[in-house]
Design a protein around this ligand. Sequence first.
Ligand code: PLP
Length: 340
Amino acid sequence: MIDLRSDTVTKPTREMRQAAFDAPVGDDVYNEDPTLIELEETAAQMLGKEAAMFVPSGTQGNQIAVLTHCQPGEEIILEADSHIFFYEGASISAFAGVQPRTINGENGTMDPKAIEAALRVDDIHQPETSLICLENTHNRAGGAIVPLENMKEIYQLASSQHIPVHLDGARIFNASVATGISVKEYATYTDSVQFCLSKGLGAPVGSIIAGTKEFIKKARKWRKRLGGGLRQAGIIAAPGLVALQTMVDRLEEDHTNASLLATGLGEIEGLTVENSVDTNIVLINTEKAGLSANAFLDRLKEQGVLAVPFGPNTVRFTTHFDVSTDEVKTAIERAKNCLV
Ligand SMILES: *Cc1c(COP(=O)(O)O)cnc(C)c1O
């Protein structure tokens, strides 16, 4: 099987497994796990933030950010196809008690004017706008890169209104490697950031959230409340450190493979490429082949290729560390067999 469902399927490298084996550990609820502390300090430094905290998943990281920034009864602005709105089981409402206000973006990028128009005013009828969430790269927009300039404009608008900005940067390292803009520069235009260690970076578990010391102090309490206070977590933090040290630059290979895949699949009669393929995600439309996404996926699976449905006629392919260039070429050949 050539598994292009997600970059979350990457398995930890040998070096990560060894690092987990060797990691010095302690009880992290007492702040005594040296490996976890090293991971958090390294991540904070990379992002140019005062402090960082390890969390078990990206979803929990985003939820903790919303819980930390907001009070129940407030409203948060986010992109209509964002992961927080689309894929997190309405937990912003279930747990943080906030109301989502969605803005339709273009390739995942929101127009600052649309955000400005959506800001609430001081009025007894209205909730307060208490957070703006950005996503970069944008998953449902096909790994699209949100331009730094756009983030800056939104951040300046938000700051002028004393509204914090949270970045769901699950794949911010993909954006950084593709543009050459450091994650620190991206993080400049945010108050808090979440990124995933467990996607293209290949670690088995975990995400980081980062922000000011005060933000992380409150966030630690939310993590504990949610049952996310971990004990000898150095075992899972050690692979995360290896990921940051060894797996960032190679994301470029995933991007090259995604371009190759898009070109190859786009040349197949009946398939069209929907997205601009900025990073490691390719969205393929199957409508002209007269196939639903699921029908195409069934045929692909019979051929030994896995991907995921992303709409009635849209299939998402994600390249990653465990799929080589040769396997991408093979996947293209196998896709051809699905349409004859
Ligand atoms: C995967 C993803 C998340 C959530 O990460 P998990 O670790 O799977 O919970 C959040 N945001 C985006 C954009 C993602 O792609």
